[in-house]
Structures are given as structure tokens and as C-alpha cells.
Design a protein around this ligand. Structure first.
Ligand SMILES: *[C@@H]1O[C@H](CO)[C@@H](O)[C@H](O)[C@H]1NC(C)=O
Ligand SMILES: *[C@@H]1O[C@H](CO)[C@@H](O)[C@H](O)[C@H]1NC(C)=O
Ligand SMILES: *[C@@H]1O[C@H](CO)[C@@H](O)[C@H](O)[C@H]1NC(C)=O
Length: 506
């Protein structure tokens, strides 16, 4: 009961819908959905290919006030919103699906940023489940509440909007299917104002049927330099097409996440609660992977490294606190074979007391508050960006990451974390790095602080808005000049005609 008292106090003091939600979300996603009705925030998801791990309801508290007032408040504040020039622009957002995975949630985040500056935002979802779904219903209503118009992807209205829009954002490679299927012969009219936001880098996305219009859109926006490079190579070598002008836009942490991360009371309460729920004591040391459980995310290799580090500790007789490995993101239904493999390994090595496997959850903040080190062990080409990495850094956690993909653009090796190679070659280096952070407390804490500093410098929501604003600005100019040149050509032919008539008359 003592604990509840502390809770009530914290809530009264902070009035945080987020913290309450954070605790709710310790149960599974489904339960979370049944209990809350989206009036506050969805913080994160771990079930995504590209690890864009969170979305938050940034204007949560202003829910009842109009967008107009909110944007006025923004304009009035010291720093003008970089997206202000989008005021009254018509933007069509094309999502391949509507779900709690990273891509759609990130697009929703953009929708709300644009609403915040007074853009007219229209949303369409290309692929919808045959049966009505609670998640789709809830997300659509969340958008309608914020003044986003939701249209059917195949409606005439959607086509009209595409033709009228100042900007069309196609989200993910797969959304490309919508162009031909719906716009048909009007595709060429719309392409010059399409900005393609790409978050994936798996081979099966390089299909002509998805991306054949890519060379003709006004621009592509990609989450990391590595991924942009990879798209450039693959489209050229596999499909023989050329990427349009490509902009790299690193993601940023939401305001809600930063609010929790920067509140020591909240962090402490969440930390106590989660540690108690998984059976880890205050002084224990926790290394965690927070990602959907799958071979690509490297949980198996992490467990091998962790086991190796325990052996090193025994061999060298070093003094460290009790160590734990936590894997957040389990989904038995999705990855039965792999999950069984993980559990068998734990049994075989008799490390049950040290390993905790937690079901996938919608919000990761409670876990970020309760662990000591984030492990980002994505394999092969790594993460496209890896939003969980910047989220962990916001919580002053050092990161042990694979030297691949977006992780390399976020983690400064030796300063905000330590990098190890992908694959089996990485197992021992990761074990050694785990040991390093376990034995050097000061170093671990300093790395965490530096990581936080790096987030404050470049991975906040306003940084992301600023980067997106630069892209939108350029893309709008180009789209406009394209329209203008078409008008000029038309005008040109008309003059020719008149001239011709004049000459004939003479
Ligand atoms: C792209 O191709 C070039 C040369 O073919 C190569 O050097 C580079 O590593 C490739 N980049 C990626 C990300 O695959
Ligand atoms: C985790 O998910 C499985 C099904 O995937 C379920 O059977 C189990 O009860 C869940 N565990 C918790 C603690 O919610
Ligand atoms: C990271 O730093 C360590 C130690 O300085 C070094 O051995 C390793 O090669 C570096 N890795 C990368 C990918 O830079």
C-alpha cells in the first residue's frame, strides 16, 4: 500500500496520463487496448521490421483546444515551428496499412505535427483487413479527433484529393501499390508531388510492382544514410532504376517519452515496479534487448554472449552485482520455433535465474526506466534506424550495438556505447563489452550521460520536425515549379496558336 501512496502522489504532482498507461502496458497489447481508449498515448511497439519504436500523442493535453489555438501558441513561443510554412497546405498521407507497427505510427505522428501547424491533412489506408478491427477503428478515431480526414483509399474523393494536394506522402515501399491500382491514368499527374518515405531495407521490398514509379517522384525520404545507400545500390543493381533525389531524415524522440525520461521520480517508480514484476532486485545489473523476438534481431546471439560473460566473470573471479538478461518482445504465436530455441538454450545452460523473457508490449518506457544497458543486436544490415536506440539514450542508458545500419549513425563507439560485429564473430566481443560495462560502473554511467547529451543535441522531436521541414520546403518548391512549367507550356502553345492565327489573317 505504501507504494500506491507514492503513486498517487506522483500522479497528483505530475498529472501524467503517460505513467499510468506505462504501467497498464506491462500487460499485453490486447489488454492495453481493451482498457484504454486512446485518449492518451500509444508509446511504442516492438513488432516492426524497421524498429521505429514509438509514437506519442504530443499534444495530448491540448486535446480539447482547437488546433488553431495550439499552433498560435507555438508561433508565440520563442522558437517558431519549422513546419509553419505548411499552414493551410493540403497534404495527402498514403499508408500501406493501419496498425500499431512502426511505419503507420510514424506517419500518424507526422499527421499530428502537420495538424499542429494548421495543414489540411487527409489520410488513406491502402490495405485494410476484410473484417472491421478494433485497432483500425481506434486509430482512425484518434485521427478524426485531431482533425485528420480519413478517406477510403479507393474512393473518387481520394483521387480528387491526390490531384488537388500540395504534397502526397507515400509511406513505405509497399504503399507504391496504391498508385496504379487507384490513380490509374492519373499517376503521371500526381508523381511530381509525391514524397516517398521509406523505412525498410529487406530484400523483398525491392519489387518492381512496388517501386517502379520511384524514379519519377519528387523525392525519397529515408531514415538513415546506410539505408539510403543501400536503396541506391539495390534499385540500380536489382531493378535497373534510379532513385530520385534522396533525403536522409533521422528520427527523433517524442515529447512524452522525453518527459518521462527526464523525471527522476517517474523513472524510480517505474523502475521499482518493473523490477519487482520480473523478479530483479534494485542493485542487480540488467542488460536488455527490446525488439520483436526474431532471428534478425539477434536475441539468440545475445543470450550466447550473455552466457559467455557469466563464464568470464566466474573464470576471472571478478566482483560484479548479480547480472540479468531481459528480452522484451516475445510473441510465441509469431516465432514459435525461434522462441523455443531461446528457451532451450536457457535451460541447457542453466541460466534460468538470469534470463527473463517478456511478452511484446505497446510501450517500452517502463522497461527503459528499469534496465541498465540497452543491447541492440540486429543482424545482417542492422536496423534501418532503430528508434529504440535513441529512446534508451534518452533514459541515460549506454548502448551495446552491432556495427551495422542506423545504429552506427546513432551510437558513438566508445563514448555513448560500444559496438561489436554482426554474426557469430560478434558473440565474444559482445560478451567482453558486457563485462566491461559490468565492471566499470563509472564508465557505464558516463556513457549513459553522453548518450543523453547526444539525444538532446540531435534526436528530439523538434530536430526531426526541422529536418522534415527542410525536405518539405524543397519538395514543395519543386512540385510547384513543375506545375508552373506545365502551365507555361500550355500558355506557350496558346500564344503560338494566336500568333499563327494572326499571321494567317495577315
Ligand atoms: C554500394 O555499392 C558500392 C559499389 O558497388 C559499394 O562500395 C558499397 O559498399 C555499397 N553500399 C551498400 C550500402 O551496399
Ligand atoms: C505472454 O503471451 C502468451 C501468448 O503469446 C500468453 O500465453 C502468456 O500468458 C503471456 N504472458 C503474460 C505474462 O502476459
Ligand atoms: C569500437 O571501438 C573499439 C575500441 O576502441 C574498437 O576495437 C572497435 O573496432 C570499434 N568498432 C567500430 C565498429 O568502430
Amino acid at each position: 500500500m505504501r507504494k500506491q501512496g507514492a503513486w498517487a502522489l506522483a500522479i497528483q504532482k505530475k498529472r501524467w496520463p503517460l505513467m499510468i498507461l506505462a504501467l497498464f502496458s506491462l500487460s499485453t497489447a490486447t489488454v492495453f487496448f481493451m482498457r484504454t481508449s486512446f485518449d492518451s498515448c500509444i508509446t511504442s511497439t516492438t513488432s516492426i521490421s524497421c524498429s521505429i519504436n514509438s509514437i506519442t500523442d504530443d499534444f495530448g493535453e491540448e486535446k480539447d483546444t482547437s488546433t488553431q489555438i495550439f499552433s498560435a501558441a507555438l508561433v508565440g513561443s520563442a522558437t517558431p515551428n519549422p513546419l509553419d510554412f505548411m499552414n493551410s497546405k493540403l497534404v495527402l498521407l498514403v499508408s500501406h496499412e493501419l496498425s500499431l507497427s512502426g511505419g503507420p505510427l510514424l506517419l500518424m505522428e507526422l499527421a499530428f505535427l502537420l495538424r499542429g501547424v494548421g495543414s489540411e491533412v487527409v489520410w488513406i489506408t491502402n490495405q485494410k483487413p476484410a473484417e472491421p478491427e478494433d485497432v483500425v477503428y481506434s486509430l482512425e478515431h484518434k485521427m478524426l479527433d485531431r482533425g485528420v480526414q480519413v478517406l477510403s483509399a479507393r474512393s473518387q474523393k481520394a483521387i480528387d484529393t491526390a490531384l488537388k494536394a500540395d504534397l502526397v506522402v507515400l509511406n513505405t515501399a509497399v504503399a507504391g501499390k496504391w498508385l496504379d491500382a487507384v490513380l490509374k491514368e492519373k499517376v503521371p499527374h500526381v508523381l511530381p508531388k509525391v514524397l516517398w518515405w521509406i523505412h525498410e531495407m529487406r530484400g523483398h521490398y525491392f519489387k518492381v510492382e512496388y517501386v517502379k514509379h520511384l524514379p519519377f517522384v519528387v523525392g525519397a525520404m529515408i531514415d538513415s544514410h546506410t539505408t539510403a545507400e543501400y536503396w541506391k545500390n539495390r534499385t540500380r543493381e536489382r531493378l535497373g532504376i534510379k532513385m530520385p533525389k534522396t533525403y536522409v531524415v533521422h528520427l527523433g524522440n517524442s515529447k512524452d517519452l522525453m518527459e518521462v525520461a527526464e523525471d527522476s521520480v517517474a523513472r524510480r517508480i517505474l523502475r521499482e515496479h518493473v523490477r519487482e514484476s520480473i523478479g530483479v532486485r534494485t542493485e542487480d545489473l540488467v542488460f536488455a534487448i527490446i525488439n520483436s523476438v526474431s532471428r534478425g534481431k539477434g536475441q539468440d546471439l545475445f543470450l550466447r554472449s550473455f552466457h559467455e560473460s557469466l563464464q568470464l566473470i566466474k573464470e576471472k573471479k571478478v566482483q560484479v552485482p548479480p547480472m540479468h538478461a531481459v528480452i522484451v518482445g516475445s510473441d510465441m504465436n509469431a516465432q514459435m520455433k525461434y522462441e523455443t530455441e531461446l528457451r532451450n538454450f536457457v535451460q541447457e545452460k542453466k541460466i534460468q535465474d538470469h534470463v527473463h523473457i517478456v511478452n511484446k508490449t505497446l510501450t517500452v518506457t517502463p522497461y527503459l526506466a528499469s534496465i541498465d544497458v540497452l543491447v541492440q543486436n540486429s543482424q545482417a544490415r542492422g536496423e534501418c534506424f532503430g528508434r529504440i536506440t535513441i529512446e534508451a539514450m534518452a533514459f541515460q542508458l549506454p548502448v551495446l550495438g552491432t556495427a551495422a545500419g542506423g545504429t552506427m549513425e546513432i551510437v558513438v563507439n566508445g563514448t555513448t556505447g560500444l559496438l561489436h560485429p554482426v554474426g557469430k564473430e560478434g558473440v565474444t566481443p559482445l560478451a567482453v563489452n558486457i563485462l566491461k560495462l559490468a565492471t566499470h560502473v563509472e564508465r557505464r554511467l558516463t556513457m549513459g550521460k553522453k548518450g543523453y547529451g547526444r539525444v538532446k543535441e540531435r534526436f528530439l522531436e523538434h530536430h526531426m520536425s526541422h529536418r522534415i521541414a527542410l525536405v518539405f520546403n524543397e519538395v514543395l518548391q519543386k512540385a510547384k515549379s513543375h506545375t508552373n512549367s506545365r502551365i507555361l507550356i500550355l500558355f506557350g502553345t496558346w500564344i503560338d496558336h494566336r500568333l499563327y492565327n494572326c499571321l494567317r489573317r495577315d
